[in-house]
Design a protein around this ligand. Structure first.
Ligand SMILES: Nc1nc2c(c(=O)[nH]1)N[C@H]1C(S)=C(S)[C@@H](COP(=O)(O)O)O[C@H]1N2
Ligand SMILES: [Mo]
Length: 368
């Protein structure tokens, strides 16, 4: 392991046959995914929601914590939790997905948090809308970016920093963006950003800044690490790339039957079997889900559940299948109203972001 890293050196790609390293394992043991059987719940229980934490969980006191609104504003503000709770209260179901979901399945593998497909959750977030607060503070006419700063601190490729991410002003002013203090009807848990976090419906996880302590309006583009260096779609290390923003469409199958302990291969008895799962997109509503039971050779339309969870929540789907003895590879493919769908070739980029390649669920159907 290198102890003194340097941002001028690119992050590492694994060698062609290199297995998961101890460093990746260490990250994976901290940052867990959703157990795929928990796709059954419309609202993901807090303890089953995926988790991604770059540094350490900071220890904040909800009784004294306050968030400031400053920078290019007419009237800087500071609000504690009581002040935020006294403001209009909104609850939204929002599918959160880590931008690195699918990274460990890429060839070559970008070395970082090694997600397979499980970095997703669909919780109910309660808080107060951000836009009215920004308007009360009076943002400058020439404002460009709004920077959100967390109370967590660390170093990444040699750059010491508080976790900070900016949104373009127009995105920060969207009415669905929340300053959230509750998850699933209870105060935020320490690991999910207690006592306050940002929720940016439709965007990949990195935008939803946890342990939020400052909101700064800027008249120049923010060039902090998480915007300018990390979270960009780059072809190679020299490509300036484009920012990672909204969630690409994805469907997941809730693995049927029961698992083999080590291989996680699914074991099923033959006969009729209702396959189900979830589908989401941060660009536009999901309009169709197709299911394959032969590793992608053929596809059949799934039935979609209603969109009662709201426009930012994942959508349930189901499909009737007659399981015949033998080995099968299941998968599902979501398409959204913008026409985006899931690729059949891996969408490779240097950081391993937004890999929404169709999932492969290996099943063995027992003899009758
Ligand atoms: N302050 C802060 N906010 C953060 C992070 C972080 O490390 N620090 N991680 C981000 C990333 S990369 C993701 S995917 C989501 C994960 O949110 P969750 O752990 O509540 O699921 O939080 C985001 N917000
Ligand atoms: Mo993430």
């Amino acid at each position: 392991m290198t102890t003194v890293d340097d941002v001028s050196r690119p992050s590492r790609l694994a060698e062609p046959d290199e297995g998961i390293t101890v460093e990746e394992l260490r990250l994976a043991a901290r940052n867990h995914g959703i157990p795929l059987e928990a796709l059954r719940y419309d609202v993901t229980p807090a303890g089953l929601h995926y988790l991604l934490i770059h540094y350490d969980i900071p220890d904040l006191d909800p009784a004294t914590h306050a968030v400031t609104v400053g920078g290019a504003v007419d009237r800087p503000l500071a609000l504690d939790l009581a002040a935020l709770r006294a403001r209009p209260r909104v609850t939204r179901r929002v599918t959160l997905e880590c931008a690195g979901n699918g990274r460990a399945l890429l060839h070559p593998r970008p070395v970082s948090q090694p997600w397979l497909v499980e970095a997703v959750g669909n919780a109910e977030w309660t808080g107060t809308p951000l836009a009215p607060l920004l308007r009360e503070a009076g943002i400058a006419a020439d404002a460009v970016d709004v920077v959100f700063t967390g109370a967590d601190h660390g170093v990444e490729r040699g750059v010491e920093q508080d976790y900070q991410r900016a949104l373009p002003v127009a995105d920060a002013l969207r009415e669905e963006v929340l300053l959230a203090y509750e998850m699933n009807g209870a105060p935020l848990l320490p690991q999910h950003g207690a006592p306050l976090r940002l929720i940016v419906p439709g965007w990949y996880g990195m935008a939803h800044v946890k342990w939020l302590r400052a909101i700064d309006v800027r008249t120049e583009a923010f060039d902090g690490y998480q915007n300018a260096v990390a979270y960009r779609l780059r072809r190679d290390a020299d490509d300036p790339g484009v920012p990672v923003t909204r969630i690409e469409p994805r469907a997941l199958v809730r693995p049927p039957g029961f698992p083999d302990f080590m291989s996680r291969t699914r074991v099923l008895r033959p006969g009729p079997c209702t396959l189900d799962g979830r589908a989401w997109s941060g660009h536009a509503p999901v309009v169709s889900v197709e299911v394959t039971t032969d590793g992608g050779a053929t596809w059949a339309p799934a039935r979609l559940d209603d969109q009662s969870g709201g426009e930012f929540a994942w959508r349930g789907w189901r499909h009737e299948w007659t399981a015949e003895p033998g080995r099968h590879v299941l998968g599902a493919r979501a398409t959204d109203a913008s026409g985006r769908t899931q690729p059949v070739e891996q969408p490779w980029n240097r950081g391993g972001f937004a890999n929404n390649l169709v999932q492969r669920v290996e099943v063995v159907v027992l003899p009758g």
